[in-house]
Design a protein around this ligand. Sequence first.
Ligand code: 5GP
Ligand code: ZN
Length: 110
Amino acid sequence: MEKDCLFCNIVKGNTDTEFLLETEDVVVFKDIHPHAPVHLLIVPKRHIRSVNDLTDEDRAIVAELLMTGKEMARRQHVAEDGYKLLFNVEYGGGQRVFHLHMHLMGGKKW
Ligand code: 5GP
Ligand code: ZN
């Protein structure tokens, strides 16, 4: 837990953010500024800054993020039409919250 990290605080339940799913290692909540009818964030509970900071020991959490994205797409009824799973990596890649997260976006035509 990083004291000043927004997503660490959300993960800890320090905000009124509603979780659509919570497992031992991951939480899922709605993006506050959605870019699509379905726009969820899949977030590891452990603080990892970005994709650049992943190590070999993180293989299991990476797999869980992806599989959770797939499952949430099914539950949100966007799986069949199709959807995006996206990591923004560091400032130049569009990342603005420096706690690893995967975007799930669906429900519109791109
Ligand atoms: P990034 O640009 O870092 O990949 O994505 C961060 C995302 O977090 C943005 O899409 C932004 O709308 C979302 N976000 C920022 N602050 C909050 C918040 O306090 N609550 C929620 N639910 N989403 C947030
Ligand atoms: Zn954090």
